[in-house]
Design a protein around this ligand. Structure first.
Ligand code: KIV
Ligand code: ZN
Length: 394
């Protein structure tokens, strides 16, 4: 399945968000119905193409959440996960039926390790289960995704055979997950390319990447898969997910947007909603975003060192490769600390409403440096107190 080039001439990459399914599988991240509905609504508003809303057979709560999201979401495809059994698939379809655009996502493991120890099935039985499950799902729904769990540790010849069968049985998306975050970018590019080039009728399905972050490579691997021919990436807000998490939506989207010169693809994501989505997911799950997290961390657009602050005040492009506004932040923050210089100090005071004479500024700057040696970060309130003190002593 070729992805139509967009108005810009660049190929479109489908963003499949699984915050509500794989993200929720993160220990301690479970969400109630109300919270899931809020997140689904923000995902829809920001232009996510496919929202994986849950795993309907897992619990009545999951069923209800997928069903409610299916009823309410109009601008994104709503997807439900199921194992390879008919009961799972039927339950997923029952939850998804009200959706304007629905997708059944069915999966089974294909790696020797998983087939032998987890499934305790012979490869040929797994192959037959793939044909049966995908055919059954396709009889219910036009949009069927099939995933070969632990795809990156599967035998290539076996993978080619079962993917060919899944496409023949009606799968419209073929997802090749790096379930345990094991692959590296070059290997994943090569795997995607090999599958797409060697499987008969591979053009009848869209290939998809689904990366976990066990080695911290989930985003790099997702981008590598796109280079290899994948046109869907599966990801979560803030990189939420099992163990070390999934590929972070905001990082993939901003990488594609920031480097169109080397990554000639685009997404339909309204990037200015990224901070809103990040804050909501963090608030709902209680998972704090680490300060130095790319794109959405509190320090992602903060500048403390004097040299950087000075550069920023002259031209923001000196130390920012994207604008904070582009991800929904008002402006970058000058963080005042012991590395800050006079230029940034003066600017910060002006922002706080102080226009000091030169001698006052010198005095205040000296006091600020003493304070910054004692404190990691000097907050606005500290500066206000410090300036009040300076003016009082004048
Ligand atoms: O990581 C994985 O393999 C999955 C599949 C169910 C798609 O989440
Ligand atoms: Zn996963």
């Amino acid at each position: 399945m070729t992805t139509a080039a967009t108005g810009s001439g660049r190929d479109r990459v489908i963003i499949f968000d699984t915050t509500l399914r794989d993200g929720e599988q993160s220990p301690g991240a479970s969400m109630n119905l109300e919270e899931k509905l809020k997140i689904a609504s923000v995902l829809e508003g920001m232009g996510v193409d496919v929202i994986e809303a849950g795993f309907p057979i897992a619990s009545n709560g999951d069923f209800e959440a997928v069903n409610e999201i299916a009823k309410r979401v109009k601008n994104s495809t709503v997807c439900g996960l199921s194992r390879a059994g008919r009961k799972d698939i039927d339950r997923a379809w029952e939850a998804l039926k009200p959706a304007k655009s629905a997708r059944i996502h069915t999966f089974i493991s294909t790696s020797p390790l998983h087939m032998k120890f987890k499934l305790q099935m012979e490869p040929e039985a797994v192959h037959q289960a793939i044909i049966d499950s995908v055919s059954h799902a396709r009889n219910l729904c036009d949009d069927v995704e099939w995933s070969c769990e632990d795809g990156t540790r599967s035998d290539r010849d076996f993978l080619c055979r079962v993917i060919e069968s899944a496409i023949k049985a009606g799968a419209t998306t073929i997802n090749v997950p790096d379930t345990v975050g094991y692959t590296v970018p070059e290997e994943y590019t090569a795997l995607m390319r090999f599958l797409i080039e060697n499987i008969p009728n591979s053009d009848k399905a869209r290939f998809s990447a689904h990366c976990h972050n066990d080695l911290g490579l989930a985003v790099a691997n997702s981008l590598a898969a796109v280079i290899g021919g994948a046109r869907q990436v599966e990801c979560t807000i803030n990189g939420l997910g099992e163990r070390a998490g999934n590929a972070a939506l905001e990082e993939i989207v901003m990488a594609l947007r920031t480097r169109p010169d080397v990554m000639q693809f685009e997404t339909g994501i309204k990037t200015t909603d990224i901070m809103k989505a990040s804050r909501l997911v963090s608030a709902v799950t209680g998972f704090v975003v680490q300060p130095n997290k790319a794109i959405v961390g509190a320090n992602a657009f903060a500048h403390e060192s004097g040299i950087h602050q000075d550069g920023m005040l002259k031209h923001a492009g000196t130390y920012e490769i994207m604008t904070p506004e582009s991800v929904g932040l008002n402006r970058s923050t000058l963080v005042m600390g012991k590395h800050s210089g006079r230029h940034a100090f003066r600017k910060k005071l002006e922002e706080l409403g102080f226009n000091l004479a030169e001698n006052q500024l010198n005095d205040a700057f000296g006091r600020f440096k003493d304070l910054a040696d004692r404190k990691k970060e000097v907050f606005d309130e500290d500066l206000v107190a410090l300036v009040d003190d300076t003016v009082a002593h004048d």
